[in-house]
Ligand binder design. Structure first.
Ligand code: PEP
Ligand code: MG
Length: 593
């Protein structure tokens, strides 16, 4: 038997965890079809054939959805719904039908061409979210094609042999769910982004995944031995015994730590010496609220409302906003939730508003977030009225993003008061307890926090933007990613000042940027004086664990040491050292090689 070659592949670590096993390369499913010109009298028959395939494709996803529901929980089923939606939406289907009717093309070619057309449209968009939707359209097209050619992909029918790691060109979210039923240890794909639905689904299913690894299907053969490190986005093909043993011990550690962290997650977070820390969640999608209780989280510190504007062609009306926020307010076990008002513009552009993004020379400094809302008062008031009305059903609050001074905060509050007046006059109830907060995301807001404390009921620190604007480093630009340093002395000083200013004014403050999701950075934030952190749900367990291993005394001396650092590099070294002392066992990836 020829000796297998040893090599490594790099991709995106899309779902954490380590899988060790044999590769199973799924046959390439991207066939090309010939373009046929149909006689005029066969055109309507061809449209019917297309419609039949669409119905079958829809039924296939619906069946997978039904089966997956108990395992996956409603909170992640929306990803399968996105596939169903594309199969009902006129965008793709209408284009394919049009190609048959207008040009008399065969259905296979029409579907393939329409899907590729939209994939190019999405690909050309600046917004990473829309770029990732490219895969959804191609996958919906593929599914229809499988039914047109009568060869639905059925992972259950593929002969996987023993437990193994699936290597595929691409996988749909629905395929991923189906594969998780089989004896699949992990997944590796040639294409796919970190925010793709397949990545989200793999994470929800606890399946380690590396996506976008280039030519994995060409370079790997079925039967190759793989180590897949979903944390580092690394795949070792045919590794040596020593490496296997090291990763096997890492894998055991990982499983043990996850289990332990998960079981501890539900308990409240308090330091070893009994100081209670409020841990709340950042939510991106409505469905995520259903997972809150699993993580022992009773508060939402940041509800990003932008998703309501994505993937659609019309603007949401007040009722749609209201239904969404009411659902949030009525979530069982949820004590309070802060809806962040619209933050579109900059990297979150939407063609719906025809503003911001590509049309501006410097969109991050342009018509974004609250600035955009204040320009489009009609749309802003819809959202404010809806949040107010939903507050009658539960503990809802709101906060304004990217405020740069008191005038903006006052203008936003005046509009909120105007909405209150209107609702009173209309006899529509809302809660008098609704609080309004201001996000601290610009250096101007941080420096003038004492003034903003007089305008707001609470402050929410958006550290992602605060770092971006303080250091003048675009948070989405990989060319300057090495300069994006949350531990930069300027950022640490601003944060320290913020915690102190809000404390002196008696105004509650919480941090809801990614810094709060990182266990080490979270410890730094506590040392700097914050007592309330909001983070992505998947990080709650890790951060709570870190909190429980600390005392206020060691957190404060950590902050004092950090504030003395002259650079982010030295601050990182201090943090790393302190973390060992505090006893937080690292959950990070083995350093990438
Ligand atoms: C932030 O900037 O830290 C934040 C929470 O807002 P977003 O990441 O949505 O801009
Ligand atoms: Mg922000």
């Amino acid at each position: 038997m020829p000796e297998s070659s040893t090599f490594r592949l790099r991709g995106l670590g899309a779902s954490a965890g380590i899988a060790i096993g044999e590769a199973f390369v799924v046959s390439a499913r991207h066939k090309r079809f010939p373009r046929l010109l149909l006689p005029a009298d066969r055109v309507e028959g061809e449209v019917e054939r297309l419609d039949g395939a669409i119905v079958a494709a829809r039924a296939e996803i619906a069946a997978i959805r039904k089966e997956a529901a108990p395992r996956l929980g409603e909170d992640h089923l929306y990803i399968l719904d996105a596939g169903l939606m594309l199969l009902s939406d006129e965008m793709l289907i209408g284009e394919a039908r049009g190609r048959i009717r207008r040009s008399r093309y065969n259905a296979e070619w029409a579907v393939m061409d329409a899907a590729e057309h939209f994939s190019h449209v999405f690909d050309g968009m600046d917004d990473a979210y829309f770029r990732d939707r490219r895969a959804d359209v191609l996958q919906a097209g593929e599914r229809i094609l499988r039914h047109l050619t009568d060869s639905p992909f059925d992972p259950a029918k593929e002969d996987f042999g023993g437990p193994g790691i699936i290597v595929a060109y691409d996988l749909t979210p629905a395929d991923t769910v189906a594969l998780a039923r089989e004896r699949v240890l992990g997944i590796l794909t040639d294409i796919g982004g970190r925010t793709s639905h397949t990545a989200i689904m793999a994470e929800a299913l606890g399946l380690p995944a590396v996506l976008g690894a280039g030519e994995a299907t060409r370079q790997i053969s079925s039967g190759d031995r793989l180590i897949l490190d979903g944390r580092a986005g690394l795949v070792m093909v045919n590794p040596g015994e020593e490496e296997l043993a090291a990763y096997e011990s890492d894998r055991q550690d990982w499983i043990r730590l996850r289990r332990q962290a998960r079981s501890e997650a539900a308990a409240p977070a308090a330091t070893e010496d009994g100081v209670r820390i409020t841990i709340s969640a950042n939510l991106e999608y409505a469905e995520e609220v259903e997972s809150l209780q699993d993580f022992g989280v009773e508060e939402v510190g940041l509800y990003r409302s932008e998703h309501l504007y994505f993937n659609r062609r019309d603007l949401p009306d007040e009722e749609e906003h209201y239904a969404l926020y009411r659902r949030l307010a009525e979530t069982p076990g949820l004590r309070s939730a802060i809806v962040r008002t619209l933050d579109l513009g900059s990297d979150r552009e939407t063609p719906l508003l025809g503003l911001g993004g590509g049309e501006e020379p410097n969109p991050a400094l342009g018509l974004r977030a609250l600035r955009l809302s204040l320009r489009r008062r009609d749309l802003f008031k819809r959202q404010l009225r809806a949040i107010l009305r939903a507050s009658a059903h539960g503990g809802l609050h709101l906060m304004f993003p990217m405020v740069s001074g008191v005038e903006e905060a006052r203008e936003a509050r005046a509009l909120l008061d105007e909405c209150r007046e209107e609702l009173r006059a209309e006899g529509k109830p809302f809660s008098a307890r609704l609080q309004q907060g201001v996000m601290i995301e610009t250096p101007a807001a941080a420096i003038c926090a004492d003034l903003l404390c007089r305008e707001a009921d609470f402050l929410g620190v958006g550290s992602n933007d605060l770092v971006q604007y303080t250091l003048a480093v675009d948070r989405g630009n990989e060319q300057v990613a090495h300069l994006y340093e949350p531990l930069h002395p300027a950022v640490l000083r601003l944060l320290h000042g913020l915690a102190r200013t809000a404390g002196e004014a008696g105004v509650p403050i919480h941090v809801c940027g990614e810094m709060a999701s990182d266990p080490a950075a979270a410890l730094a934030l506590l040392g700097l004086g914050f007592r309330s952190l909001s983070m992505t749900l998947s990080k709650v367990a890790d951060v709570k664990r870190a909190v429980r291993g600390a005392t206020m005394e060691n957190l404060e001396s950590l902050a004092a040491a950090l504030l003395k650092c002259e650079s982010a590099e030295s601050a990182r070294a201090v943090l790393e050292e302190a973390r060992k002392g505090i006893g937080e066992k690292s959950l990070r990836a083995r350093p990438a090689v």
